[in-house]
Ligand binder design. Structure first.
Ligand code: AQP
Length: 332
C-alpha cells in the first residue's frame, strides 16, 4: 500500500477550497494508521504575521474539523507537526540540499513575500524555507503520495527534486513522492475575485466559504458571487468566464457531475447559484453537526493528537536517523 501524507496550516478557518481540493481526498483514501498520515502543520503558520493564541486555537479546530470531515483516528494517524521533532531535524538536512535560488523561485513565496512587504512587515526567513520544511514533513514518512490542491503542486515538485538529489549524493534514503489532485475543484477560486484562489488567510471573507459558516451565510456568499458580464449563457470556460466556471466546478465537485455538462442545464446565473448554494449547504451539513459534537469534548481531540504524534514519531525517527547517518554525521 502506498503511504500517503498531507497537511493543513492553521492560518485561518478552513475553507471549501481546502475541503474540495484536499481534505475530501484524504477522507476517501483507504485509511490504515501506518499508511495514512495527516498533519496540522502549525510550524508553517509561523512563517507569516501570526497571533499565538489564534494559531493554538485554530490548530485544535483544524484537527476537530478533520475528524468531523471523516478522518477516523483509528484508521489513520492524525497529529500536529510541532509535536514531532523529526520534521525540524530533517528540515535542516534538506536546507543543506536545497539552493537559495530554487526557493526564491517558488510562486507562493513571491506572493506572500510581496504581501508581507506591502503590509510593512518584514519577510520572515522561514517563509523562504517553508517548502523545505514541507519536504521534510513528507520525506520523513517515506510517503509515496501527497494529496493536495493545485496550489501545492510546485512545492511537491521541489520535494521530489530534493529527495532525488539527496539520494544521488548520499545513497538511497528517501521515497520520491508524487502529488495527487482531485479531478475537479483542484483550485477553488474566491467567489468575489474568481481570478484568485479561495484562501483561508485572505482578509476579506466575503468570497470565501468557511466550513463552519451558517447555511444562511453560505447562501448569501454564493448568491452574491461575482459572475461574468455578457449574455453568452452558462458555459464552462475558465479563461473567459472564471466566475461561472468556478461555480460549475463547485457544483460538480459537490454533486459528482461534470462541470461542462452541468452548464447545459442552465440558462441563467440565478438558478445556477441557487443550486450551488443548496449543494454546498448539504455537503457541509453533516460536517458542521459532527464538529459541534466533537468541539464539546476537546480533551478527546487532544488525546487523538497525542496518540497520533507518538505513532508518527515512531515512523519518522528511523527514516530521519538514516538520513543523518547518510549525510555524514557522527551518530551518538
Ligand atoms: N482554493 C483552494 N482550492 C483547492 N485546494 C486548496 N487548498 C488550499 N486552498 C485551496 C489545499 O488545501 C490544503 C491545505 O492548504 P494549506 O493549509 O497548506 O494552505 P495553502 O495551500 O497555502 O492555502 P490556504 O488554505 O489558502 O492558506 P493560506 O491562505 O494561509 O495560504 C492543501 O492541499 C492546498 O493545496
Amino acid at each position: 500500500m502506498t503511504r500517503i501524507f498531507s497537511g493543513i496550516k492553521p492560518t485561518g478557518h478552513m475553507t471549501l477550497g481546502n475541503y474540495l481540493g484536499a481534505v475530501r481526498q484524504w477522507v476517501a483514501a483507504d485509511q490504515e494508521p501506518d499508511d495514512a498520515l495527516f498533519c496540522v502543520v502549525d510550524l508553517h503558520a509561523l512563517t507569516v504575521e501570526h497571533e499565538p493564541a489564534r494559531v493554538r486555537r485554530l490548530s485544535r479546530q483544524a484537527a476537530t474539523l478533520l475528524i468531523a470531515a471523516g478522518l477516523d483516528p483509528r484508521r489513520c494517524t492524525l497529529f500536529v507537526q510541532s509535536h514531532v521533532d523529526e520534521h525540524t531535524r530533517l528540515a535542516y538536512l534538506l536546507e543543506c540540499t536545497a539552493s537559495d535560488g530554487e526557493l526564491r523561485r517558488m510562486i507562493q513565496y513571491k506572493e506572500k513575500a510581496a504581501k508581507a512587504q506591502a503590509g510593512g512587515d518584514g519577510v520572515r526567513l522561514s517563509l523562504l524555507t517553508y517548502p523545505v520544511l514541507m519536504a521534510a514533513d513528507i520525506l520523513a514518512y517515506g510517503a509515496g503520495e501527497v494529496p493536495v490542491g493545485e496550489d501545492q503542486r510546485q512545492h511537491v515538485e521541489l520535494t521530489r527534486d530534493l529527495a532525488v538529489r539527496f539520494n544521488q549524493r548520499y545513497g538511497h534514503t528517501f521515497t520520491v513522492p508524487r502529488a495527487t489532485h482531485p479531478a475537479v475543484a483542484a483550485r477553488v477560486m474566491d467567489l468575489q475575485d474568481p481570478t484568485s484562489k479561495m484562501g483561508k488567510s485572505h482578509e476579506n471573507g466575503s468570497g470565501i466559504v468557511y466550513l463552519l459558516d451558517e447555511p444562511g451565510v453560505v447562501r448569501k456568499k454564493v448568491m452574491r458571487a461575482v459572475t461574468d458580464s455578457g449574455d453568452g449563457g452558462v458555459v464552462h470556460d475558465r479563461q473567459a468566464r472564471p466566475g461561472v466556471a468556478n461555480l460549475l466546478d463547485i457544483l460538480a465537485a459537490c454533486t459528482g457531475g461534470d462541470p461542462a455538462a452541468l452548464a447545459d442545464g442552465y440558462s441563467g446565473y440565478g438558478a445556477l447559484k441557487r443550486d450551488v448554494a443548496d449543494a454546498v449547504v448539504e455537503l457541509l451539513r453533516p460536517l458542521r453537526e459532527r464538529h459541534a459534537e466533537l468541539a464539546a469534548d476537546p480533551a478527546q481531540v487532544d488525546k487523538v493528537l497525542r496518540e497520533g504524534a507518538e505513532r508518527a514519531r515512531g515512523l519518522a525517527r528511523p527514516v530521519v536517523d538514516r538520513a543523518y547517518e547518510a549525510i555524514g554525521l557522527l551518530r551518538p
